[in-house]
Design a protein around this ligand. Structure first.
Ligand SMILES: [Zn+2]
Length: 754
């Protein structure tokens, strides 16, 4: 129960409790920092690159369905939902090629070989690259406020008593008196001096002793990693900033006891904050370069000079590069003011230092920029800068499942029910086909005879490529080509994804076209049996939409829409095949049992089978219906008679040998007939779709009263087919009926029977 609030003070207290940021571990003594780092060195010893890499791995979900494939190239099925979509103002949907590029980037940060570089995300207008960077930075900031994203920086807390006792000086006391007179008695004993460069606390230990200390500190299990992996090299090579170094030196002169100095050093949680420019700075194209290049803190400076009785000893001066040291420096679009800003980075990135007055500042930042491909020539010179630039392409989406997510995001997931299964995916594939290069040297090298896939694929095999970009291997690929799908081939194909952006519909255009298409189709309820089924959008609707819109069609590779319809037909035939087959197993078993039972009786008799408890009318029609699946089609009447007699004889013999349980499914003759039936059925699975008008009518009337007039066998067949299509393949009842009638009307089954 919420306590009753009756005093204004209580309200303030409540607000205070609710809004207070967790202060736990916000500032800890240096010694405690070392102890924590000892327990968890891989978390506590991270620079901005390692932290960024951890962030990416923290927010992505990887599933690798082909991980046991010996030819795997580490191209993974990665979901960036939590990284770039969840709780963002504008979500960014990353396709698999981009997600894999991000993973490689995260890995290179971990390897520690990629510092002194600028990372440039290049993408055409409408690719959403700014949204991508904004969401990425937002997630980084969020991460650094979690337990997993913990990171520390140096904070000095100069203890006046200690310094004063080391050198009692009236001048200091007077300066302090003046200082507190103007600034109020904040804490007259302690002076906090933040490190403007956000130095990692370990850097305070002079470089020459760090190795020895770390060796003592770090336990055996991680020592090897930290001492020998390039990513941790910075622990041994980097220096603290000039302010921290001079403070340390000055204190050492005064106190002559490092232990006393370290008592004044604290580790403060490094709270990255983009809005405050704390550890993250983002520059927009209109942001003017500040007139002021260096920052100081006159009050703090005055105080430091007074404490150390020397105004030259510690210069509390730093540049804006210090603010993003061990942090992120991002340039949003290399245009306007950002063009100059980008080029100015050259010297800093190459040298890793920045000069301010006479002081050299370390600059170890993660430099990021986004730009349009046409702006690339602006950064082409000087040549030496090119070596420092790592390009990462942010193209239009090449992965249909992500493209569909965008439609759902913009129109709501309820639109799903207006599409037959697979149809919205195909719309997305058509849009994406416009973005692909028609010529693919990698695919040409791999598939020698593309025409053998005419039934499932377009002539340029773009549908094959799209499937591979989605990290799937199509099931219609021949064994021979599957074998030739080696690591080298895969790598070449995936590399082509880097360049697939030159033309094609942008993200914005795609949404526009989808909107036009979706709204062109009237939405109505089928009204059948009071069901909530709606008329669903079909592949025919897609075909006729693009037929009507020549301006879109001409940007889609020639023949692609026809091919995607062929592939769609192939897929629905697979679904129907599976649905027909499963419905049959139980029925087939009973039919064969009835057939065996009837084989000992004469035509014209009507009996109840003791095995199935079904009524069996022994007619010529009854025998023939079964025998079409048990014997060759052209078998003569004599052969059929002989076959029936043989079955009767064998069944008689088997019956005598039968065990007590009376289960004829265990007899040899049953097994023989069953296998033969199943094999034949497999070959003739689409029979009902070919020559069975009653079947077509029954489908049409399924769900109405008229359906009841059909014979049991047809009713059972249709009911199971529709049931399987709805349960296994997520069709609505109306959708399942529609697909079956579509197959019959377009004579699709005819192409799949051979
Ligand atoms: Zn510092």
């Amino acid at each position: 129960m919420t306590p009753k609030i009756n005093k204004s003070n209580d309200i303030i207290n409540l607000i205070d409790r609710r809004l207070k940021k967790s202060e736990e571990g916000a500032i800890i003594p240096f010694n405690e920092f070392l102890m924590r780092a000892r327990e968890d060195p891989l978390i506590y010893f991270r620079n901005v690159f390692q932290l960024f890499s951890s962030m990416i791995y923290h927010y992505i979900d990887i599933e690798d369905e082909y991980k046991d494939d010996p030819e795997s190239i580490n191209y993974k099925t990665v979901s960036c939902e939590r990284l770039l979509v969840k709780d963002t103002d504008t979500p960014f949907f990353a396709d698999l090629p981009l997600a894999n590029r991000l993973l490689r980037l995260a890995d290179s940060f971990r390897e520690g070989t990629q510092q002194n570089k600028i990372y440039v995300f290049i993408g055409p207008p409408g690719s959403g690259k700014s949204t991508f960077l904004n969401n990425l930075l937002r997630r980084f900031e969020e991460f650094t406020h979690t337990r997993e994203g913990i990171n520390y920086e140096v904070l000095w807390r100069l203890d006046n008593a200690k310094i004063a006792s080391a050198s009692v000086d009236l001048a200091v006391q007077e300066a302090l008196h003046d200082y507190y007179h103007t600034n109020g008695p904040l804490n007259s004993d302690i002076l906090e001096v933040p490190c403007p460069s956000h130095d990692h606390p370990i850097l305070i230990i002079p470089k020459e002793y760090r190795g020895e200390i770390l060796e003592k500190l770090i336990k055996d299990n991680t020592r090897l990693k930290i001492f020998h992996k390039k990513e941790y090299e910075w622990l041994f090579t980097e220096n603290a900033c000039t302010i921290c170094t001079s403070l340390y030196e000055a204190l050492l002169d005064k106190l002559n006891s490092p232990a006393d100095i370290f008592e004044m050093i604290f580790a403060k949680r490094y709270s990255y904050n983009r809005r405050l420019g704390y550890g993250i700075s983002v520059f927009n194209t209109a942001d003017k370069e500040p007139e002021q290049f260096s920052f100081t803190n006159p009050e703090l400076q005055k105080h430091l000079s007074a404490r150390f009785r020397n105004s030259d000893l510690i210069h509390y001066v730093y540049s804006r590069f210090a603010r993003t040291n061990n942090g992120l420096f991002a340039i949003m679009d290399v245009k306007g003011e950002n063009e100059k800003r980008f080029l100015n980075l050259h010297g800093i990135i190459s040298e890793g230092v920045h000069k301010i007055d006479d002081i050299e500042e370390n600059v170890n930042s993660l430099f990021i920029a986004v730009m349009n491909p046409e702006d690339k020539q602006k950064i082409a010179s000087p040549d030496s800068f090119k070596d420092r630039i790592i390009e990462i392409n942010v193209n239009y989406i090449l992965n249909y499942s992500e493209e569909v997510k965008i439609y759902y995001h913009s129109f709501g997931t309820q639109i799903k029910k207006y599409f037959l299964p697979g149809v919205i995916d195909n719309f997305a594939k058509i849009i994406i086909s416009s973005r692909l290069n028609i010529d693919s040297p990698a695919i040409k090298e791999w598939i020698e005879e593309p025409h053998k896939y005419d039934e499932y694929c377009d002539e340029n095999l773009l549908l094959l490529k799209l499937t591979i970009y989605s990290n799937k291997i199509p099931d219609w690929l021949s064994d021979e080509d599957r074998k030739k799908f080696t690591r080298g081939v895969r790598r070449k194909i995936i590399r082509e994804s880097d360049r697939e952006w030159k033309s094609g519909f942008s993200g914005r255009e795609s949404l526009y076209i989808f909107n036009e298409f979706y709204n062109s189709i009237p939405k109505k309820n089928t009204g059948l049996n009071g069901s909530s089924d709606v008329l669903q959008i079909t592949m025919e609707d897609i075909r006729s939409f693009f037929k009507k819109h020549e301006q879109y069609k001409e940007r889609i590779p020639k023949g692609f829409i026809d091919s995607i319809i062929r592939l769609y037909n192939y897929n629905i035939m697979q679904e129907v095949k599976e649905s027909l087959f499963h419905q049959n197993e139980e029925r087939i078993s009973r039919d064969i049992q009835n057939y065996l039972f009837a084989s000992n009786y004469d035509v014209g008799e009507k009996l109840i089978s003791p095995y199935t408890k079904e009524t069996v009318e022994v007619t010529e029609q009854f025998f023939m219906l079964m025998e079409q699946y048990l014997m060759p089609h052209n078998a003569s009447a004599r052969a059929k008679k002989k076959f029936r007699e043989d079955v009767a004889t064998k069944f008689g013999v088997n019956l005598q040998q039968m065990q007590e349980d009376n289960d004829i499914c265990k007899t040899e003759i049953y097994k023989e007939l069953y296998d033969s039936y199943i094999n034949n059925l497999r070959e003739h699975i689409f029979q009902p779709f070919l020559q069975y008008t009653a079947f077509e009518n029954a489908i049409k009337e399924f769900g109405t009263l008229k359906f009841e007039v059909y014979d049991n066998r047809t009713k059972e067949e249709v009911t199971f087919l529709i049931k399987n299509l709805t349960e296994k393949f997520k069709y609505s009842k109306e959708g399942a009926k529609h697909v079956c009638l579509y197959i019959i009307r377009n004579k699709i089954a005819e192409n799949f029977t051979i």
